[in-house]
Design a protein around this ligand. Structure first.
Ligand SMILES: Cc1ncc(COP(=O)(O)O)c(C=O)c1O
Length: 466
């Protein structure tokens, strides 16, 4: 007798047994959300799925495919390293050549004052590593009470236990008994929505810094270890730092000897038009996390970059406490390191950070030209190729649509039906446009035209007065 399970389609097997992240499990398994999308091939910004549908990916996957799909040179580098030595561990003084060369290369590309890199696999584990190192470093210098970490409202830093605790999105806490640990929260620099009418960007930045200062003073500076933030907030709203923001924040952190952890998981490797957001905004940091654009997602890899100052603290700790007992099996994986080196070759050779700056300006100009006067477009903002559009029911009052309608999500779904991939942000009414750094001006025209058509089809006027 034929076992009917042998006749299942790939889609059936997926629905039955594949555990999709961030998905309504029951509805998906029951087929209520339609078939899974199974991508099969990619080239540049173009993707093809198993049914032959074609897409233009203006989201870079999950903000990660910086050099675009289908780069043979990266595949070749992975193949060559896997053939020679697929893996050996990096514990207790072991290493591989690509991992050592990658460490040196990234430190040279990054801001000054950074000393070493702990290699993990993804943004989330980089943040868990960094929090452990912050605690360890403060223990090493006899500041055992200095342990609290401040994160911003709306922040997204990943979903492992500590990273999810740092993230400020309620849906990532609900049902998981999170957040845990000594995590505090301060305001996000959401100028468009939170600045009162007439307030300048500088005044608003000073207000954000004052809120941070008040929080640190109220908690006791001796208990606050670090502040974590993206140089420009991405998923939390596509919020470029308002004028003077980083100067003011940096001053507060220095005053209270609070470390700065820069989450460059999205902004690292060219997206803001410079190699790192730290350079774009003239920032020095105690830790910088990197992932995504580091390999352009050809393989998983993340780094926790540690400053000279923190390194000295860690050295003291490992002298006192014995070998620093943190590490994973796949730390500094040789094949992932080879992929990263080949990816950085492409970013450099094709000057892709410069292209991101140029094309980002073209994208914002075209969006403003085409949608700037649109009745339901409240704000168009961004830096480099991190760009957002926020929809509002009433432009003058900046009144939101009913959040339950999730109109941003609707616009993104309609664009996708027409083959354009964008990303809806978690608050429902903003969308992100973040194409690979290889995007051309012709592709930008295609993206803007596709977005405009999706907005027309979303019939926002029907929902404006409810
Ligand atoms: C800013 C930021 N930090 C951290 C992360 C977590 O990275 P990962 O999903 O690789 O764990 C993400 C992922 O989207 C991110 O956008």
């Amino acid at each position: 007798m034929i076992d009917p399970r042998h006749n299942l389609t790939l889609e059936d097997i997926d629905r039955q047994s594949f555990f999709h992240p961030n998905t309504d499990l029951r509805a998906f398994a029951a087929g209520e959300l339609g078939d899974p999308t199974i991508m099969v091939a990619g080239e540049g910004l173009r993707l093809v799925d198993s049914k032959g549908r074609r897409y233009l990916d203006a989201a870079s996957g999950l903000f990660c495919v910086n050099v675009g799909y289908g780069r043979q040179a990266i595949a070749d580098a992975m193949h060559a390293q896997a053939s020679r030595l697929a893996w050996y561990h990096a514990h207790a003084g072991h290493a591989s050549e690509p991992a050592i060369r990658l460490t040196d290369r990234v430190l040279r590309l990054g801001p000054s004052g950074m000393r070493s890199i702990f290699w993990g696999l993804q943004g989330s584990d980089a943040h868990d590593t960094i929090v452990k190192l912050v605690w360890y470093a403060n223990n090493a210098v006899d500041r055992p009470a200095k342990k609290k970490i401040i994160a911003r409202d709306r922040a997204y830093h990943g979903l492992t236990v500590m990273a999810a605790s740092l993230s400020g999105l309620p849906q990532n806490h609900r049902g998981f008994d999170l957040p845990i640990g000594p995590v505090l929260r301060t305001v996000a620099p959401y100028f468009y929505r939170d600045a009162p009418p007439g307030m300048s960007e500088r005044e608003f930045s000073a207000r954000c810094a004052a809120a941070l200062d008040r929080l640190i003073v109220a908690e006791g500076p001796d208990t606050v270890a670090a502040f974590i933030a993206e140089p420009m907030m991405s998923s939390g709203g596509m919020l470029p730092p308002p004028e003077g923001y980083w100067e003011e924040i940096r001053r507060v952190l220095r005053r209270h000897d609070v470390m700065l952890i820069l989450d460059e998981v999205v902004t690292g490797f060219g997206r803001l038009g410079s190699w790192f957001g730290a350079q774009r905004y003239g920032l020095d940091a105690d830790f910088i996390s990197i992932s995504k654009g580091l390999t352009s997602a050809y393989l998983p890899l993340a780094g926790s970059i540690v400053s000279d100052r923190v390194w000295a603290m860690l050295e003291r700790g490992s002298t006192r406490l014995g070998p620093l007992a943190h590490g994973f099996t796949y730390v500094a994986h040789p094949v992932c390191s080879a992929a990263a080196l080949a990816n950085i070759d492409i970013l450099e050779r094709e000057a892709l950070p410069d292209n991101a700056a140029r094309m980002g300006a073209v994208l914002i100009a075209q969006l403003r030209d085409r949608l700037g006067d649109h009745r339901f477009v409240g704000d168009i903002r961004g830096d480099g190729l991190l760009v957002g559009v926020e929809f509002v029911a009433d432009r003058a009052a900046r009144r939101r649509f009913d959040p339950a309608l999730r109109l941003g999500t609707r616009v993104v779904a309609l664009a996708r039906e027409a083959g354009l991939i964008l990303r809806a942000l978690p608050d429902g009414d903003s969308i992100a446009i973040t194409p690979p750094l290889v995007v051309t001006s012709a592709e930008i025209e295609e993206i803007v035209a596709g977005l405009s058509a999706a907005i027309d089809r979303a019939e926002l006027a029907r929902h404006a007065d409810v």
